[in-house]
Design a protein around this ligand. Sequence first.
Ligand SMILES: *Cc1c(COP(=O)(O)O)cnc(C)c1O
Length: 379
Amino acid sequence: MIPFVNLVAQRKAYISEFEQAECTVLNGGCYVGGPVIAAFERKLADFCNTKHAVSCGSGTEALSIALMALGIKPGDEVIVPDFTFIAPAECVAILGGVPRFADIDPETLQISPKDVEPLINENTRGIIAVDLFGQCAPFEELRNIANKHGLWILEDAAQAFGARQSINGQEHRACTFGDISITSFYPSKPLGCYGDGGALFTKNDEYAERIRQIANHGSKSHYHHETIGINSRLDSIQAAILDVKLNHFEDELKIRQENARKYNEFFAAYKGFTPQKISNQNESTYAQYTLLVDNRDEFIEKLKAIDIPYCIHYPMALHQQPCFNKLSPIAKKTSIGSEENSSNKTKNCADCISQKVVSLPVCAFTDVDSIISKMKSVL
Ligand SMILES: *Cc1c(COP(=O)(O)O)cnc(C)c1O
């Protein structure tokens, strides 16, 4: 069976570099923090061309730390996309905030700016924009909305480290669009480690200091705690592993993009298959190659018959998740697609799209030519 993400082949390809990096950390005796972490954080920030990078325990923790640094308080409302992984909405809710679900664009599958503005009220503090499947969110429009209403933007680039977006002819990397931006190094992300890991990015010195403090028990110096914080750290060995992968990352991104191009070309010949639209100004990391399939059940049966792995990212809109129904009646009552909107539309785009999406293997160690030739035989 073809693996959905071929981490074993990737390890084999760079094995001597991995072993050397791993041994250096293991034999060096410094397992948390220290020079390996400091050097890796500098390298991350330089890669994105931003000022500060702070590593932490996971992408989810990075989101929580960011929200704490941005000063979220109970009752504060934060606008999140209705179609994404649960983490952004979950982190808002666990800190006592109220996630408000904005509908998505039916082609790019990104948070739709025109659906953001109607959700803004006097309790709104910010927008979490997710770079879905590796494509940067529409930041120019989102920034205009945020500026107009005095909101912050938290960029969730868990799937998009390395992605690019041009604004007014200037190219920017993902992780530079938010007041604070975050990424995840979960193993299956485009840049993943061998366990959990994440990072936060900001150009703002004050946010950077708050982030470091919150991630370290609210402490600036040993046993002196200014604020309530948490313990969230990237292990030194994970930084060493990520450092090896980062050296090959640009090459891997090119292969992922070429794999996606091959899929696009293939599916263009068939009716009822529509790949996620990548806007002209964007270069996706293709964390997922995702397409909309009119007759999904039938397509999945065919994939199963030829042993091609697939994933459904994501099977339902977030406002439909039972946890939000229970936790936050306000969020349920006011989310798009709920009772109050049902007179003009019963289903939003997020609901419809969740019934059509399928993701196919696309990593740099996936043989997409052979997957395509197998699909040719059944489609
Ligand atoms: C993976 C992911 C996260 C969470 O990252 P972890 O490192 O697994 O905690 C958050 N947001 C999005 C959009 C993700 O895809």
